[in-house]
Design a protein around this ligand. Structure first.
Ligand code: ACO
Ligand code: KIV
Length: 563
């Protein structure tokens, strides 16, 4: 591959003088978020959104709590123009929300843009022009001064149109497109000219939006560029410094985060990162990254799957399974050691919550492998652990516990995980909760072999139990009696009379739920004819469950013959 055709970023970007504090800062509050899905996202779709989709996306933004929303490029298409008019005429913009409309720096487009917002109480008019050398020379055919002239002339047009619309409080936004490839002194000069022209002040701040239109360098370079502007922009308290990263190198989120450290106050992006080429920066990831640091993201992301469904519907693009926070698989562990750690972590979390006397959803979160509690974004725990051939004992045990209430003893977990391993290696696929339960039943609860007909246990004197029962295999039936200090030892004696030697090594039991008619489950580890194995029994009676568990262990190996 001819890699030498490409130049490293430091040869393409004029770096600003190195003055940086951003590496020592922290992000302590959310920026002003501005979704641009209805404009930048929409212009990247093979099938742009129809009016119904646009409306659905707009309503989603309102429900999530966005306060500034870019709603389109109304001079570029009738659909966009009509959508803005729809918002105006149906009075759909709440009092605490401002819409942004986008335009190129061209007189006819600017006029049409203002036509679209007439009747709105507030609006931001967002004007852009590319400023980087290649765009100046190749696309626009202008030198630095000519382009500065074009931009300021268009800025005057914007101000004139705003004056001619007295009922609408218009604020101004300027984007030097491809900011990140533009000479720092030039872009600073153009932005300062716009601040003066639009009279930027704290009461009516101008937004300077500095895009990484095509990402070309590591995020630290973008951070240096933003900090340079933050330090040197005129009328800084009358300027809202905004960023607009794209994701060509896959580092859009990192660029936005470092830019916030470097002084940015506002971020434009799209939900789940739709947008030109590799997309705009993903606002969902940015917001939840803040959330995971204990910072209020100022957005409601508590129903991430609902948000995702709407975004997928509107964009007609699916969100990848591994997409941060919103993908189907991002709270799921298949691998054994991860599952083991999560299972222990969730149990520890529940204990901590009860010690603190707070609901589990309020207790501090520190569960291995899960950066946030999936429940906070509306996910349940069912998908957290899924089982395939990479899984260990913990995964299957967790699924049996969550789906069926079984609390398997550790050595039984190990024994059962071998059966799971065999099944998943044979199929090469994942095993779901239903199939796992079927496997468990076949392995322990429905084993063929020795069955019991009528049986009973008596206690002729304290501390002495007598078991009498009919043992069956196939058509054979024999009745035997055994006595012992407990019912199970009496059973093993009766089994010995039937020719089957059983020693009980371990025994535990629990109720399956707290209801009055709940089932009991018993687990018993036995040495049967010299081999150690587990049996499981379930019944409404604890004694019957225990007896069935011993028979299950007996039947776990080569079927015992009765005599
Ligand atoms: C990075 C970004 O996302 S920028 C936004 C990009 N979004 C879009 O382009 C979506 C909507 N765009 C459109 O529908 C059309 O491009 C329109 C309606 C805006 C303009 O259409 P046309 O007039 O047919 O022009 P066309 O798109 O072919 O070419 C763009 C022209 O505008 C000029 N231009 C490009 N950007 C700007 C700008 N910011 N300000 C002024 N002129 C510009 C180009 O130099 C070119 O001029 P030329 O025809 O004299 O060479
Ligand atoms: C013009 C700006 C806002 C933009 O969309 C970009 O540079 O990607």
């Amino acid at each position: 591959m001819p890699y030498s055709r490409y130049r490293p970023a430091h040869e393409r970007v004029q770096l600003p003088p190195a003055e940086r504090e951003w590496p020592h800062r922290r992000i302590e509050h959310a920026p002003l978020w501005v979704p641009v899905d209805l404009r930048d996202g929409n212009q990247a779709l093979a099938e742009p959104m129809d009016p119904a989709r646009k409306r659905r996306m707009f309503d989603l933004f309102l429900s999530m709590g966005f306060k500034e929303i870019e709603v389109g490029y109304p001079s570029a298409s009738q659909t966009d123009f009509d959508f803005v008019r729809h918002l105006v005429e149906k009075d759909l913009v709440p009092d605490d929300v401002t819409v942004v409309v986008f335009t190129a720096a061209r007189h006819d487009l600017i006029e049409r843009t203002f036509e679209s917002v007439a009747g709105l109480p507030r609006a931001v008019v967002h004007m852009y022009t590319a400023t980087a050398p290649t765009w100046r020379q190749v696309v626009l055919g202008k030198d630095r001064d000519e382009l500065r002239g074009l931009i300021t002339e268009a800025g005057r047009d914007v101000a004139r149109c705003a004056d001619a619309l007295p009922g609408t409080d218009v604020r101004f936004e300027f984007s030097p497109e491809v900011f990140n490839l533009t000479e720092p002194d030039y872009v600073l000069d153009v932005c300062n000219a716009m601040s003066a022209l639009w009279d930027a002040s704290p009461g009516r701040p101008v937004i300077h939006n500095l895009p990484a239109t095509v990402e070309i360098a590591t995020p630290n370079v973008y951070a240096d560029q933003i900090e340079y502007m933050h330090r040197h922009l005129d009328r800084r308290d009358g300027v809202i410094l905004s960023v607009h990263p794209h994701n060509d190198r896959g580092t859009g989120v990192a660029c936005a985060e470092l830019a916030l450290l470097a002084g940015a106050q506002r971020v434009e992006g799209c939900l789940f990162g739709n947008g030109e080429r590799t997309g705009n920066v993903d606002l969902v990831t940015l917001a939840l990254n803040l959330y995971a640091q204990g910072v209020d993201p100022m957005l409601d992301l508590s129903d991430i799957d609902g948000i995702r469904r709407t975004v997928e519907h509107c964009n007609r693009i699916r969100v990848h399974e591994r997409h941060p926070y919103g993908g189907d698989l991002v709270y799921t562990a298949f691998s054994g050691t991860h599952q083991d750690a999560i299972k222990k972590g969730l149990a520890h979390h529940a204990r901590q919550a009860s010690e603190l006397g707070v609901p589990a959803g309020q207790a501090p979160w520190d569960v291995p492998y899960l950066p946030i509690d999936p429940a906070d974004v509306g996910r349940d725990y069912e998908a957290v652990i899924r089982v395939n051939s990479q899984s260990g004992k913990g995964g299957a045990a967790y699924m049996l516990q969550t789906a069926h209430g079984l609390d398997l003893p550790r050595r039984l977990q190990i024994e059962f995980s071998r059966a799971v391993q065999r099944a998943t290696e044979d199929s090469g696929a994942e095993i779901d909760a239903e199939e796992l339960w079927g496997l468990f039943r076949a392995e322990y609860l429905d084993r063929p072999g020795v069955a019991l007909g009528a049986w009973h246990v008596t206690e002729p004197e304290p501390g002495l139990h007598r078991f009498t029962g009919e043992f069956r295999t196939g058509t054979e039936r024999v009745e035997h009696t055994g006595t012992g200090p407990g019912p199970l030892s009496a059973l093993t004696r009766a089994l010995a009379r039937a020719g089957i030697t059983v020693d009980i090594l371990d025994f535990s039991k629990h109720a399956l739920d707290r209801g009055r008619d709940s089932l009991a489950v018993a687990y018993v580890e036995c040495r049967v004819e010299g081999a150690t194995r587990w049996g499981v029994g379930m019944d409404a009676s604890v004694l019957t469950a225990s007896v069935l568990a011993v028979l299950s262990a007996v039947n776990g190996g080569p079927a015992g013959r009765i005599s």
